[in-house]
Design a protein around this ligand. Structure first.
Ligand SMILES: *Cc1c(COP(=O)(O)O)cnc(C)c1O
Length: 410
């Protein structure tokens, strides 16, 4: 059966990208300079972040990377198969402010927009101490402006929380799968939430249309945004020091990234490639009901095909991953840089989520557990143990206690 027929059956599949090239031979529209510029912008904002979110002590929104040997053992027992090599987890589930990987891309894009407006208005210089932004003067200025976004939940949280803090009028257009607690939290933080009875693509389309009508409104376009991508990519530069500390030597790295529209995993993968080149192999993980990125890559149709076109319902418990059509921009970026994609059943997500909680005491959202399957899939082809599996955990720390319990008891 070909890969598309297998996707239609909703079985789990592992697809390796036949178009993968040596990274130095891939021609891409953005470069390491763009990522470094994003990193510098985030540094400029660190004094604002420290002032507006005192819980972020350094003003830099970052997460740790740790080795999880107990989880490795537990997962191996669960599957009756080995993971060859060391198992590490990147804790983006615990990123401050937004509690998910969206604290990278989403927050970066809002800060970039705010900086542009303030520079243009002449109330800010790049050399200023940006803590001045946490003031009534700036809030009053930003309140004349609107920020809008379409989201399944987590992107809305990151955009909503940061925009509201800066003083923007912020409107989050939420798809039908967005969780109630995320909508409640956003409203509590001062965002306006508009709910739709349809999926993510429609929420984005409506949000974009609303925003386009209003000259004072800025739309964060998850389906096409370069800024989001660059915000995520910074992670790939910053992680080098963390991995050095874990003494990874010169072992090959296999990174597994949960994928929705592709911006988060795409940006991180690009950043990792910039740091490690062909030494790192990146894989995207998607739910069996929403393999949007895999479908776009395998058919070569990118965003011109939706999972609904092959009869899938795009319904999954994996927040952030219920996406039917990938980002066109990220599709181009990944065409020759991504090593492969695989799909995972919801039931297995819950199993892995629970295994991680029981072995290491770490709670993550089901979506964030999608990476673990990758370590088993690549292990089947590995000849030795000298490898690093890097599971990118993407969300969880803001999940309320009752919801956690419910998820763990499933
Ligand atoms: C958004 C999200 C992803 C994937 O990011 P995309 O940019 O949509 O591909 C993965 N995990 C979680 C928890 C998310 O919220």
């Amino acid at each position: 059966m070909d890969i598309i027929d297998r996707l239609k059956t909703m079985e789990e599949v592992f697809w390796e990208n036949p178009n993968l090239k040596a990274f130095k031979d891939v021609e891409l529209p953005i470069s390491i300079e763009d990522v470094k510029e994003a990193e510098k912008r985030l540094e400029r904002f660190s004094s604002f972040i420290k002032s507006a979110f005192p819980e972020v002590k350094t003003g830099i929104i970052e997460s740790e990377t740790i080795e999880i040997s107990k989880a490795k053992k537990k997962l191996e027992e669960l599957e009756g198969k080995p993971i060859k090599g060391r198992l590490l987890i990147k804790r983006d589930d615990s990123l401050p402010i937004a509690g998910s990987i969206k604290a990278r891309g989403g927050i970066y894009e809002v800060l970039k927009h705010a900086e542009e407006l303030a520079l243009r208005e002449g109330i800010l210089k790049e050399t200023d101490d940006y803590s001045i932004i946490n003031s009534d003067k700036f809030r009053k200025f930003f309140s004349q402006h609107k920020v809008q976004v379409g989201s399944t939940g987590n992107l809305g949280l990151s955009i909503g929380i940061m925009s509201a803090k800066l003083g923007f009028n912020v409107i989050v257009h939420m798809s039908n799968d967005a969780k109630q607690w995320k909508k409640d939290l956003l409203r509590e933080k001062g965002a306006r939430v508009v709910e739709y009875e349809s999926d993510y693509s429609v929420a984005v389309e409506q949000g974009r249309a609303e925003s386009d009508k209003d000259p004072m409104s800025y739309f964060v376009d998850d389906e096409n945004s370069k800024s989001l991508f660059l915000g995520y990519a910074v992670a790939g530069l910053r992680i080098v020091k963390q991995l050095d500390k874990l003494n990874i030597g010169d072992s090959p790295i296999y990174a597994y990234l949960p994928c929705g529209v592709g911006g988060g995993p795409g940006g991180v993968a690009f950043g990792l490639k910039l740091s490690y080149g062909d030494r790192v192999n990146c894989y995207f993980a998607e739910p069996t009901h929403s393999p949007a990125f895999l479908l776009g890559m395998a058919t070569g149709k990118n965003d011109k095909i939706s999972v609904k076109d092959i009869g899938l319902d795009n319904i999954t418990e994996a927040d952030g991953l219920a996406v039917g059509r990938p980002s066109s921009f990220v599709g181009q970026m990944m065409k020759e840089t991504l090593s492969g994609c695989y799909t995972i059943e919801d039931e297995r997500l819950f199993k892995y989520m629970k295994a991680l909680y029981e072995s290491e005491g770490i709670f993550i959202e089901p979506s964030a557990a999608a990476g673990f399957l990758g370590a088993f899939l690549t292990s089947e082809k590995l000849e030795n143990d000298e490898v690093i599996h890097l599971v990118w955990s993407t969300g969880g720390s803001l999940v309320p206690e009752e919801v956690r319990k419910e998820m763990l008891n499933r």
